[in-house]
Design a protein around this ligand. Structure first.
Ligand code: SF4
Length: 121
């Protein structure tokens, strides 16, 4: 099989031509560095995405906290993760890096807070 992938590992955004079979990546070209190999292989055989969203917080100085998946989740699970987060309600205070959902929808990834939320004054 053949395809084109835009490498997003750095801002250069190389458009990489790739060839692969059922089990492995066979060739890439037009990449400016070797990092494209792992990126393209991941996109073909195990595409993952970082999900960013917000979660409700009770008794906080603001009502929502920004969160993200860590590490990225399988692309096929992104919608399920978003649906799950719609029902999560935290209690203030929340600190940056707090794990607010462990092993979200069985992906092995955690949802972590990316903003500090103080108790409402
Ligand atoms: S192939 Fe290398 S230079 Fe090109 S976008 Fe990917 S990381 Fe950047």
């Amino acid at each position: 099989m053949k395809g084109k992938f835009t490498c997003v590992v750095c801002p250069t955004s190389c458009v990489v031509n790739a060839e692969w079979n059922e089990i492995e990546l066979e060739n890439t070209d037009h990449a400016q560095c070797k990092l494209a190999w792992d990126y393209v292989r991941g996109e073909i055989f195990d595409p993952r995405r970082t999900v960013t969203s917000t979660v409700r917080v009770d008794d906080g100085d603001i009502p929502l906290v920004s969160v993200k998946t860590e590490p990225p989740v399988p692309k096929a699970k992104v919608f399920e993760v978003m649906q799950h987060l719609a029902h999560v309600v935290l209690k203030a205070p929340v600190n940056i890096g707090d794990i607010v959902v462990a092993d979200v929808v069985g992906t092995g990834s955690n949802i972590v807070a990316t903003k500090k939320i103080l108790l409402k004054a």
